[in-house]
Design a protein around this ligand. Structure first.
Ligand code: BGP
Length: 480
């Protein structure tokens, strides 16, 4: 058994990490535009005094210029087409369409840009996969309204979603409502527009904000399905396979609780259409007494569930509540203790292909809806030598993950597609650096914006082209 004939091989990006042109053609500022780049990013966002002011004398903002995809998208899409992409996942910068977020009519210049981008994909036979909101809400909604804890955002997101769904639904079948919605727990600045100064440390606000996003997401699903019932509209979350450090029931239980809260809470609501029965215990754990749910909200969640689960998978994590001195690790919003069986990337993310097979099986067994791996990949420092990048480490990472994806398909999982993250080098979300690269295509720019911006095919470019061309058989063939 192979991958499906119409398996969606492709790549993924987000507007704020590659478009650049942050103030061009009427675009307003987004929260991403106000986040300093470099290793200080997280500490700055965690600072009680951080108030979203842009200070170029103090910080760098690499995403203001990104890789200038805004002006070079034709060249980039042509390269994706050369690799044989079946689909391309990208996001629509909310503040290009509604610069301040609370306007009543959209910015036509912003819509025109995505007309062109979508047409470029379609003309190359590439299916667009759109994330409506990917860590780039209008800054004004964070500064003036306090982010997603404010109910008014539901109405403004609904207007944004309606605008883009109405405009593009005849050309775009696949959509996702919010990127990594469960990142709210760890990084509310990116996904909620909330920082400590505006209540991000109070979990009542976090759960309230999540409720607003669930309602907003259900409204987008409703609008999309009314326009065309065939549209496929998914949720999108981080999935981090979690292991208990040992067989101690105390660790096993802590691990199960972590799984429920982080990996399943949001998808339970968005796929099953109702809050899980463990909600009360979860609220207790986070010190939350109550959140406001308006009449009609729960019916809306029940009636407009998502068609598939999109998720990012980079690494797994380990739960250990018994050893106080255990060595800890960094990760894609998953910390935890070090797993002695795994190697880590240069940024400390623990590489675990088998964990992807486990993730796929767990999600499938729980929900029985199609799954779409919309992010996966290795962030690494690449070196250009004589005009070449020999990124064997990247091919090795991806190959091992594709093998496990296939094992999951053999296990009976319904897998729609695979879009490795940052198919072209772009600015990192967690550190705001260019030097953490994921792409098949190298972009000649450094953290300070120096470089030609030229695109260069890495060794993985031809490799991935062959993977797609053989529908994965190049990797899985001959083994079974
Ligand atoms: C995910 C985000 C992406 C992306 C990716 C890689 O969490 O959805 O936007 O950037 O992680 O992370 P990083 O860029 O921090 O390496």
């Amino acid at each position: 058994m192979s991958f499906k004939k119409d398996f969606l091989w492709g790549g993924a990006t987000a507007a704020n990490q590659l478009e650049g042109a942050y103030d061009v053609d009427g675009k307003g500022l987004s929260v991403a535009d106000a986040m300093p780049g470099g290793k200080i990013r997280w500490a700055t966002l965690e600072d009680e005094k951080f108030d979203w002011e842009i200070d170029t004398s103090k910080y760098i903002y690499p995403n203001h210029t990104g890789i200038d995809h805004y002006h070079r998208f034709k060249e980039d899409i042509a390269l994706f087409a050369e690799m044989g992409f079946k689909c391309y996942r990208f996001s629509i910068a909310w503040s290009r369409i509604f610069p301040k977020g609370d306007e009543t009519s959209p910015n036509e210049a912003g819509l025109k840009f995505y007309d062109q981008l979508i047409d470029e994909c379609v003309n190359h036979g590439i299916e667009p996969v759109i994330t409506i909101s990917h860590y780039e809400m209008p800054l004004n909604l964070a500064k003036a309204y306090g982010g997603w804890k404010n109910r008014q955002l539901v109405e403004w997101y609904e207007r944004f979603a309606r605008t883009v769904l109405e405009r593009y639904h005849t050309k775009v079948k696949y959509w996702m409502t919010f990127n990594e919605i469960n990142s709210a727990f760890e990084l509310p600045a990116l996904s909620m527009g909330m920082v400590p100064a505006t209540g991000a440390k109070d979990y009542t606000n976090i759960f309230q904000a999540l409720h607003h996003q669930f309602v907003a997401s259900a409204l987008a699903v409703k609008i999309g399905h009314e326009l065309n019932p065939e549209l496929q509209i998914g949720c999108m979350q981080i999935f981090g396979t979690m292991y208990s450090f040992d067989a101690n029931p105390v660790n096993q239980l802590a691990n199960q609780l972590h799984n429920k809260g982080f990996n399943y809470y949001t998808s339970d609501v968005q796929v099953r259409g109702e809050y899980p029965t463990f909600q009360a215990r979860l609220f207790e754990q986070y010190g939350v007494k109550e959140i406001e749910i308006l009449d009609g909200d729960l019916e809306l969640l029940k009636e407009h569930t998502v068609d598939y689960i999109g998720f990012s998978y980079y690494m797994s994590g380990v739960t250990d509540v018994t050893r106080k001195d255990a060595e800890t690790v960094q990760g894609n919003l998953l910390g935890g203790v070090k797993n002695p069986f795994l190697e880590a990337s240069e940024w400390g993310w623990q590489i675990d292909p088998i964990g992807l097979r486990i993730a796929l099986n767990d999600l499938w067994d729980r929900y029985q809806v199609p799954l779409f791996i919309v992010e996966n990949g290795l962030g690494a420092v690449d070196e250009v030598k004589d005009g070449k990048v020999h990124d064997t480490y990247r091919m090795d990472y991806l190959e091992k993950h594709i093998k496990e994806m296939h094992e999951a398909v053999l296990d009976g999982v319904d897998l729609m597609g695979y879009t490795p993250w940052g198919c072209i080098d772009l600015v990192s979300a967690s550190t705001g650096e260019m030097s953490k690269r994921y792409g098949f295509i190298y972009v000649d720019l450094d953290n300070d914006g120096n470089g030609t911006g030229d695109r260069l095919r890495k060794d993985s470019f031809d490799w991935y082209k062959e993977v797609i061309h053989t529908n994965g058989e190049m990797i899985i063939g001959g083994e079974k």
